[in-house]
Ligand binder design. Structure first.
Ligand code: TPP
Ligand code: SF4
Length: 289
């Protein structure tokens, strides 16, 4: 009995989530813990970097190493963690505002660098934590307290951006399809290099447009069709669909993660355990004297 509890609680903390009842964050949280279990990872071998927002509050609810970064800055922290300790599984969790608003530059550069981490976006099309302002993913015309006459811009499409930036693993999930999300996360975490899992997530308090019912009317699973996720252009067509919303792996291709290409980086052990090797830099210094 004690053993069963121990196993079930491997990624559990003693903190209870403060998310609103019914929030999609719950199912993403449970799917992530289930995926880590399925991959038989140990908490001490996983680092999760969080952004700011309701999604970022997950920092308190998963028992792994964690870092709660600044708004929009979680990805570069995750990249650095992987570089200095390549033996760790690195996951970055953030909101759509965090990653596609403040952090959009980091997002594109992290994708094109193919940094070896799994990026989970809680894509609720609104700012949750700051009580319902427009997010970069909000639908055109969506009325919020910061846009009382409706959003004027086109929404940002995370999957299409990742594909355009050369991403080698691009997937979408839906918080209302938890077991499907577990499988998608397992594949994403296994993929070497940058993996995007853009999770469509209802915010039951501040988004009365993109509800569970709204998503259930539109989503379909790529794995249930003949779709093979090996063609970038076809994946782009899938990512751009708007009347219906495909979930699952849109694209997976050959991938060499960034840290494996860095000349001189010793990946056999963490940087902290490496001895500094003295180097003679006198020729460089002399060049500038
Ligand atoms: C640079 C910066 N700008 C704005 C904020 C204020 N802020 C905190 S959370 C948040 C919205 C978070 O929205 P999102 O990232 O979509 O996450 P959610 O709460 O919806 O999960 C904002 C604007 C901040 N903390 N830092
Ligand atoms: S405000 Fe929205 S995103 Fe935040 S916890 Fe509540 S339902 Fe979830």
């Amino acid at each position: 009995m004690a053993k069963a509890i121990e196993k079930k609680d491997k990624f559990h903390t003693d903190k209870s989530p403060t998310w609103c009842p019914g929030c999609g964050d719950f199912s993403i949280w449970m799917a992530l813990k289930e995926a880590l279990e399925k991959l038989q990872l140990e908490p001490e071998k996983v680092v999760i970097v969080y952004g700011i927002g309701c999604s970022g509050n997950m920092a308190n609810y998963v028992r792994t190493y964690g870092f709660h970064g600044l708004h929009g800055r979680a990805l570069p922290v995750g990249e650095a963690v992987k570089m200095i300790n390549p033996g760790m599984t690195v996951i970055v969790v953030g909101g759509d505002g965090d990653g596609l608003g403040e952090g959009i530059g980091h997002f594109l550069h992290s994708v094109r660098g193919n940094h070896d981490l799994t990026y989970i976006i809680h894509d609720n099309q609104v700012y949750g934590l700051t009580t319902g302002q427009t997010a970069p993913t909000s639908a055109k015309g969506f009325v919020t307290k910061s846009t009382p006459f409706g959003v004027l811009e086109e929404p940002v499409n995370a999957a299409a951006l990742a594909l355009a930036a050369g991403g080698h693993f691009v997937a979408r999930g839906f918080a209302g399809e938890q077991m499907h999300l577990v499988d998608t996360l397992v594949r994403a975490i296994q993929h070497p290099g940058f993996s995007l899992v853009d999770v469509l997530q209802p915010c039951v308090t501040f988004n009365d447009l993109n509800t569970y019912a709204w998503f259930f009317e539109r989503i379909y699973k790529l794995e249930e069709s003949e779709y093979a996720p090996n063609d970038r252009m076809q994946a782009m067509v899938k990512a751009m669909e708007s009347a219906t919303l495909p979930i699952g792996v849109m694209y997976e291709g050959e991938s060499t993660p960034y840290h494996l290409g860095v000349e001189g980086l010793d990946i056999s052990k963490p940087l902290a355990e490496q001895k500094l090797k003295p180097r003679n830099i006198s020729t460089i210094v002399e060049h500038y004297l």
